[in-house]
Design a protein around this ligand. Sequence first.
Ligand code: PLP
Length: 389
Amino acid sequence: MLRLAANLNRLGTETAFEVLARAAELERQGRSIINLGIGQPDFKTPQHIVEAAVKALADGHHGYTPAQGILPLRVAVAKDLLRRHGVEINPDDIVIMPGGKPTMFFAILMFGEPGAEILYPDPGFPIYRSMIEYSGAKPVPIPLLEENGFAFTADQVLARLTANTRLIILNSPNNPCGGAVAPAEVARLVAGLERHPHTTVLSDEIYSQMLYGGRAHESLLRHGAIRDRLIVLDGWSKTYAMTGWRLGFSVWPRALIETVVRLAVNCHSCVNAPTQFAGIAALEGPQDAVATMVAAFDARRRVIVPLLNALPGFRCLDPAGAFYAFPNVSGTGMPARTLQNKMLEQAGVATVSGTSFGVHGEGFIRFSYANSVDNIREAVQRIDRLLGQ
Ligand code: PLP
C-alpha cells in the first residue's frame, strides 16, 4: 500500500471536469449530449494569435524564458491594463503564469497555514476552498446570495475579518453565478480595509471583459490605497478563447514578486515560449474577436434566461457577467445534485450543480451558455420534457 501525504485528503477538485468526463462517456455510448457544463468559450482562438505562436516556433523560440515571463509580454499586459482600467502598472510587478489557476495556487500557498483564515466566495470557483483546506488555513465563506444579485457586499466581507485573516479572495464577475459587484461597493470595501492593514486581497478578474447591460468592470487595481497588498488574477483563457493554451497573468505587490517567482521556479520554471508570443499578439492585435464573442454570449444570455424562467420550479436572475446562468431550482423539490444527474443521464444535458461550488450553492444549478442558441433551446426543451414526466 502506497502511503500518500495526509494533507492530500484535504485537497478537493473541480466537479466540472467530472461532469465533462461522464458526458464524454455517454457520448461514446452513442447518446446525444448537450454540454452546458463546461466553463470555456465554444469559439476557436482567433487566427492571428495562433499564427503568432506558429511563427515563434519557426523563429526558434524553443527554450526556457525568464520565470516571470518575457518582458515584451509583460509590457503588453501593462499597456492592456492601462487601456482597460486606466492604471499604470510597472511590468516588473506582472508575472506570466500557465493559466489563471497558478496565481490562486501560489497566493493561497503564500498566506495559508494553520491558524490563518482565508475568506472566499461561496458559491465560488471550487479551487479556492480546495487550496485553502490543503494549506491548513481555515476557510471562511462569503455567501453570494440571490437577493444581492450574487455579488459580495462590503459589509459581508468586513464582518468576517479577524486578526487572523490573511487573505480575502474576491471574484467579480463571478463563476458560477454570473454576479458582478457594483463599483460603489468596491470603494466601500477598500475604505473598510484601511482598518485591516495586514490583510491581503486576491481579486480574480478573469471574467472582467464579460459584462452585460452596459455595466463597467471596477478593477481593484484602480484603488491605490490597497495596491501594496493586492494581487490581481487575470488571463487569456476566457477573453481570447485560449483555455487550452494555459496562459494567464497576475499583478503583485512589489514586495511579493521575489516569493511568487521563487514558487514559479520551483513549479513550472516558465510558461512555454510560443504561447507567450501568442499572448502578445492577442493583446496588441485587433480586439474585434473579443467584442464578437462577448456579443454572442450576451445574445445567448438573453435567450437562456427567459427559457429557464419558464421551466417549472426554476427561477433565474439575469446574470451580470461571465457566461453562466445560475437558476434557483429549489421549486423542483429536488436537491441540486440529483437534478444535475437526472438532466445528464435522462435528458442528455450536462450542467453543474450549485453544491459543486460550495454549501451556499444548494438549490441552484450552473448552466454555461458558452454553446449555440440552437443547442441552448434544445437543452431547455429536453429539461422541460424531463420535468414534465
Ligand atoms: N478563476 C475563475 C473564476 C475561473 O472560473 C477559472 C476557470 O474556469 C479560472 C480562474 C482559471 O482559469 P484558467 O483556465 O486560466 O486557469
